[in-house]
Design a binder for this molecule. Structure first.
Ligand SMILES: *Cc1c(COP(=O)(O)O)cnc(C)c1O
Length: 602
């Protein structure tokens, strides 16, 4: 399942709910059947059971939120019972039923809200008591795991806005038979969830003659302050050098009045980056972006695509920029599946690939910064005569750990995008031990000029400016510290107690670049459960490569092999929040969502 399909699953409940509820309402009008309840008498029983949550004195004014209020019939019931101390707030996702409710009760507040939305304003339904009657009884075509994720997250998200207590009903497990479309939940599971919120102030009630039960949780002492809703956790919060640390480099630009064209700052940055990978000055050539760096490396290594060799073979599982760079250089991408363990192209398997004879180029990718072996691809290049260029966009921090294996004759394109571990905002570079090739890369990134103003080869303008070099130099000054901070954040994930199932699935540095923390789900169902739990806990995640190149509309028609591994990885690899200043609390919030998703999905 790819990212878009997972979103579709998330929307499915909403769509089905609104559709079924709205359809019933249209068919049966403002009656019990119109609200999908079999009988009017049963509905009134439920209303009374729900109102049983109120433990305040009859004279104490209270607010009650009717969560999933439909047309507001509970308010009719409250008025019939003469409960004049109750201020009623209706909340629902359906605009249709709310329109009816507002027409019936023009002086009452009705709020249209979907608490599953990341940015839902849950504070709008803050109340003393919240009742959810029939919101969790039907699961329609969701799985039990998906429905549990929806249910538990809804309770967790609304609870901070409830000052005194909540009540809701679910279907009982203690019945002669369970209906497939209803949500039958063990009482222990519900009690466990509520105990987390309310301690021992939990009550379950199944004595009113229906196939359901009602659960109540009350606060020990009414919460006087409703805590603010936890903020959204961003999946990545880059941190580049501060203006203060940039200023000494910017002042040099003021003095030199050289702004681009390989000025002093770019030269210094290239020297220091070369030094970082333990090579002489000139081994790293900077570029405007990782994509341009890759294009420059391709043009310098293999030139443009030809009619005899129109294809660039690349892995289907990569960020789309790999294909874009190939196409910019006149190649038609040909997508090959990756190895299930390494997530990379396999040079040995590729040697006998039928398209190799028509390929002018192969672009192995360093997935999530897992660096690509020079040795194996040099052997491939020697055996097949096909030029090779690495897209090592996010691999710099891994390459630096052992440059002798990962920097060599074959050029490695690097990205210095803000999301990568070494960042200049936008920027990139190419590293190679082949000095002649490094010169050709510099030429290809500068109009084909080399020691003169004549264009002498296929090229683009992909030169880094002095301003970006200033950021790069300041970034290098603090890079050791930044890497340690990122590694510390990754380590926090790997050291939260008592979550072995989660640990098994985490992929962190040094396996991948320190700018990624990945959750490798065991399968698409587990991935969907995890994504649901993260989404409902307002934790951003990203499938960095999505379902790979083929998923992009522009590349939908490119030629490709069967891509089973790519499809599976696209669905199962979930990027988790990471930042140099990630806190332990945030990591705990993420891991507890993961633990819950796995527990519910076993
Ligand atoms: C980030 C990335 C790129 C693109 O780099 P830019 O600097 O954004 O152009 C290309 N390929 C891979 C694998 C990447 O991760």
């Amino acid at each position: 399942m790819n990212g878009r399909e997972v979103d579709v699953v998330h929307r499915r409940r909403e769509a089905v709910l609104v559709e079924r509820c709205d359809r019933a309402f249209e068919l049966f009008g403002d009656t019990a059947r119109g609200a999908l309840w079999p009988s009017e008498a049963d509905r009134r029983v439920r209303f009374d059971v729900m109102l049983d949550v109120i433990d305040a004195q009859p004279a104490t004014p209270i607010t009650l939120c009717d969560f999933g209020c439909g047309s507001g019939e509970l308010l009719t019931h409250i008025r019939r019972r003469g409960l004049t101390n109750v201020t009623y707030i209706g909340a629902d996702r359906s605009a249709l039923v709310l329109a009816r409710a507002r027409a019936k009760f023009p002086d009452t507040r009705f709020v249209q809200i979907d608490v599953a939305e990341l940015n839902a304003n849950v504070g709008a339904i803050a109340c003393d008591y919240l009742v959810a009657n029939g919101v969790f009884t039907a699961k329609w075509d969701l799985t039990d795991a998906e429905m549990w994720a929806f249910f538990s997250s809804t309770i967790r998200r609304t609870w901070p806005y409830v000052r005194r207590g909540i009540a809701f009903n679910v279907m009982s497990k203690i019945v002669d038979w369970e209906r497939d479309d209803l949500f039958h939940v063990p009482m222990d599971a519900v009690a466990g969830l509520l105990h987390e919120l309310a301690g021992r102030n939990v009550r379950l009630r199944a004595d009113y003659g229906l196939y359901e039960y009602t659960a109540y949780a009350r606060r020990q002492a009414p919460a006087s302050i409703v805590p603010r809703e936890p903020a959204v956790v961003p999946v990545m919060r880059p941190q580049l050098p501060s203006t203060a640390s940039l200023s000494r480099y910017l002042r040099r630009i003021d003095v030199s009045r050289v702004y681009t064209n390989h000025g002093p700052l770019v030269n210094e940055l290239e020297e220091r980056l070369s030094d970082l990978v333990r090579l002489p000055a000139g081994a790293v050539v900077t570029a405007t972006s990782g994509t341009d760096a890759l294009a420059g490396a391709i043009l310098a290594t293999a030139g443009r695509g030809t009619s005899a060799r129109p294809f660039a073979i690349l892995p289907a599982f990569t960020f789309v920029a790999t294909a874009i760079a190939a196409e910019l250089c006149g190649y038609r991408p040909y997508l090959v599946d990756v190895d299930a363990e390494t997530w990379m192209l396999d040079p040995d398997a590729l040697r006998s690939h039928p398209v190799l004879g028509e390929a002018g180029l192969v672009i192995p990718v360093a997935p999530f910064g897992r660096p690509v072996s020079q040795e194996r691809w040099l052997a491939f290049q020697a055996a097949t005569g096909t030029p090779v260029v690495f897209d090592g966009a996010s691999s710099l921090d891994r390459i630096v750990a052992s440059p002798q294996s990962y920097v060599g004759e074959i050029p490695v394109a690097l990205s210095f995008h803000a999301t990568k571990s070494f960042a200049t905002g936008e920027g990139g570079g190419v590293a190679t031990t082949n000095a002649g090739l490094a010169n050709r890369v510099a030429r290809a990134l500068n109009f084909g000029f080399f020691e003169g103003r004549d264009s002498r080869g296929p090229s683009l303008n992909g030169k880094m400016s002095e301003y970006h070099a200033a950021v790069g130099l300041a970034e290098l000054d603090g890079w050791a510290e930044k890497r340690m901070a990122l590694e510390r954040a990754a380590h926090m994930y790997a050291s939260v107690d008592d979550q072995s199932a989660v640990l098994e699935r985490l992929v962190t540095t040094p396996d991948v670049s320190s700018t990624y923390v990945l959750f490798h789900a065991a399968g698409p169902a587990e991935a969907a459960a995890v994504q649901g739990a993260l989404r409902l806990d307002r934790i951003e995640f990203r499938q960095w490569y999505g379902g790979g190149v083929l998923e992009h509309p522009y590349f939908r028609d490119v030629r490709h092999d069967s891509l089973l591994v790519t499809e599976r990885l696209g669905a199962c690899l979930i990027g988790l929040p990471i930042a140099p200043d990630l806190t332990e609390e945030t990591v705990a919030r993420v891991t507890s969502a993961l633990v819950r998703a796995l527990e519910r999905n076993v």
